[in-house]
Design a protein around this ligand. Structure first.
Ligand code: NAP
Ligand code: F7E
Length: 339
């Protein structure tokens, strides 16, 4: 019989790649979506047209991480084998402006879904989308044993969720895993995260549609990987014999400035002519250096990333260049990438 998965955050970057992966493996996939005044399913719309997704195996249900009774009802009805909790207000800078909301969704949301699982489907397997942001100012390289030092309301909300997963594992015997994922990007990355903001601007500048790119801190260092590979790691965590916590990362770190240089280099432009500093993009507290050690995931899950920094930049810039050249709208760039 086909296995059933429940994904929160299915309309986001990772949710869309994970839905694709699970559908390709034959799962029935339920995705939680929020009501919105405009369409918000553009990252997954192509899956309805995919001839391989037969028998309506992708099923979208309304709900919200702030609505615990709805989550409980849904898990009672669906009784999934696997639950992937990817929903969050995931923008670090925005979390300083919406600290309470970020904590409600990102921290208490985890309580709500774990409580729902505990009563509705305690034998299910649970994945929590934790983040390298929890390491904050901790010295690099960071792994599962590194003490956390979060630097934003977002990171603190994620740390609550991370600890809660361990508690529900110990207290209630749930199969619950926490994936501590370092930054992972793609042509489906939201346009306000720095990599996609850069790749899109490079394409627009090359096409003569934009003349400058305003950025904040260029010195921050990140361990950037390719999102489709990271959702494979999430799935592997839930196939393991025992639940645990795993870092997924490339093991390389680069500055935002290097990303900018490479991205402009992809289209033969000198970045210094186009990039300007804008203090509005600085954060009250910054995470200066993230560099992950994915050794445990390699040893125990056989997971290892293939796409490294230079290839990632190229993939993202080329997708945006093609998208603008062909006059594609945002969701069409993403769909084209899928094909
Ligand atoms: P994303 O593109 O921002 O997607 C976030 C998803 O959460 C969207 O589907 C969004 O729905 C949904 N969501 C937000 N608030 C919700 C609520 N109250 N109820 C239900 N759904 C809600 O994020 P992502 O990059 O795919 O990341 C997936 C998860 O991994 C997030 O939890 C993120 O914090 C975490 N993470 C990401 C990275 C990374 O580098 N990408 C690294 C570590 C951890 P709408 O479309 O309706 O807004
Ligand atoms: O910033 C700097 C900024 O917003 C990266 C989320 O997925 O990964 C992501 O969080 C760096 C920061 O991602 C701009 O100050 C400079 O140092 O792309 P970002 P993030 O904050 O690392 C983690 C792992 C998550 O879990 C999060 O959900 O880039 N930066 N100039 C800028 N950042 C933005 N957004 N915009 C700028 O103009």
């Amino acid at each position: 019989m086909a296995r059933t998965a429940f994904i929160t955050g299915i309309t986001g970057q990772d949710g869309s790649y994970l839905a694709e992966l699970l559908l390709a493996k034959g799962y029935i996939v339920y995705g939680l979506i929020r009501r919105s005044s405009t369409f918000n399913t553009d990252r997954i719309d192509h899956l309805y047209q995919d001839p391989h997704v037969k028998d309506y195996r992708l099923r979208l249900v309304y709900g919200d991480m702030q609505d615990g009774s709805c989550l409980t009802r849904l898990l009672h009805e669906i009784k999934p084998d696997e639950i992937y909790n990817l929903a969050a207000q995931s923008h670090v800078k925005v979390s300083f402006d919406t600290a309470e909301h970020t904590g409600d969704v990102g921290a208490l949301g985890v309580t709500r879904i774990l409580e729902a699982m505990r009563t509705a489907c305690p034998k299910a397997r649970f994945y929590q989308a934790s983040s390298s942001e929890m390491f904050g100012s901790a010295p690099a390289p960071q792994n599962e044993a590194t003490p956390f030092a979060p630097r934003s309301p977002y990171a603190i909300a994620k740390l609550y969720g991370h600890h809660l997963v361990a508690n529900y594992r110990e207290a209630w015997g749930l199969f619950a895993c926490s994936g501590i994922l370092f930054n992972h990007e793609s042509p489906r990355r939201g346009g306000t995260f720095v990599t996609r903001k850069i790749s899109h601007a490079v394409a627009a500048i090359k096409a003569g549609k934009q003349d400058r790119l305003f950025l904040g801190n260029l010195d921050a260092k990140r361990d950037w990987g390719f999102a489709p590979e990271y959702v494979e790691g999430m799935w592997r965590m839930l196939q393991a014999d025992k639940p645990g916590d795993y870092v997924l990362a490339t093991g390389e770190t680069h500055t935002v400035r290097e990303f900018v240089e490479h991205a402009f280099g992809c289209v033969g432009l000198d970045w210094t002519k186009y990039v300007e500093h804008d203090p509005r993009y600085l954060r009250p507290t910054e995470v200066d250096l993230l560099l992950g050690d994915p050794g445990k995931a390699k040893r125990e899950l056989g997971w290892q990333c293939q796409v490294k920094f230079a290839d990632l930049v190229k993939i993202m810039v080329e997708a945006d260049v093609r998208g603008l050249k062909d006059g594609l709208r945002e969701f069409e760039v993403r769909e084209r990438h899928f094909k």
